[in-house]
Ligand binder design. Structure first.
Ligand SMILES: CC(C)(COP(=O)(O)OP(=O)(O)OC[C@H]1O[C@@H](n2cnc3c(N)ncnc32)[C@H](O)[C@@H]1OP(=O)(O)O)[C@@H](O)C(=O)NCCC(=O)NCCS
Length: 191
């Protein structure tokens, strides 16, 4: 009994603080992430899954972002299995959006989402953006808050197929001290 409790506690500590240390975030192609989105994140989604969305922070749309900005797609692998994905792209001069974060249910609560959010921060900084934003579902908000995002709207369903969602944002600091510039390794042929 006592050994079981100690073993579970060690497992919990390992999962929370050590597991994700060994993992890398890789840049991937849209084809790879779109399959995961279709099967896992947005099953039976009615609207087409596109590499970017025209939605703007706190409402409205801007179709010009499709011409102005280039999206990035990332995945975390356990051997050859994808265990987490996310994407990001600029939506305005100062803003960068995180879109489509998903972690395999068997790998949740091990900090994998935080690795993916770190990549968003790095990319936003590289593209000289000062605010990251997103539109999380209610169930996902705690993971965003842990990454430093702040809820800045009420929950809403309008225009959302998997809501309710809200807007969140996070400031990106461009100070000189200790910001990592590494982009991780690359699995994509086109980057
Ligand atoms: C949201 C999601 C990406 C989080 O991934 P994750 O790797 O498990 O997140 P982390 O391990 O970094 O967890 C971060 C924190 O959020 C909490 N958390 C994560 N998912 C949660 C959930 N569904 N409900 C409540 N809390 C949750 C964790 O407890 C953790 O906090 P703690 O370390 O202080 O305990 C994952 O749950 C997921 O893929 N959900 C389904 C898809 C989804 O909803 N994506 C977001 C679309 S907007």
């Amino acid at each position: 009994m006592t050994i079981n409790i100690i073993s579970s506690a060690c497992r919990w500590v390992y999962d929370k603080f050590v597991y994700s240390e060994h993992l890398e975030v890789d840049k991937v192609d849209f084809d790879i992430i779109s399959e995961v989105w279709k099967q896992q994140l947005w099953p039976n989604r009615k609207s087409e899954i596109r590499p970017m969305s025209s939605m703007q922070f706190l409402g409205g749309t801007d179709m010009s972002i499709y011409e102005k900005y280039v999206p990035s797609f990332w995945a975390v692998f356990d051997n050859d299995n994808i265990i987490g994905v996310n994407s990001g792209f600029a939506t305005a001069d100062i803003r960068y959006r995180s879109r489509g974060i998903w972690v395999d249910p068997d790998y949740r609560n091990k900090g994998i989402a935080q690795l993916l959010f770190d990549q968003i921060d790095k990319q936003a900084k590289q593209e000289n953006k000062s605010v990251c934003w997103s539109i999380p579902r209610k169930t996902a908000l705690p993971a965003y808050e842990k990454a430093g995002y702040v809820k800045c709207s009420d929950w809403f369903n309008e225009g959302m197929e998997f809501g309710p969602n809200c807007y969140v944002k996070k400031s990106i600091f461009h100070g000189k001290t200790g910001y990592p510039h590494s982009q991780g390794s690359f699995r994509s042929s086109s980057y």
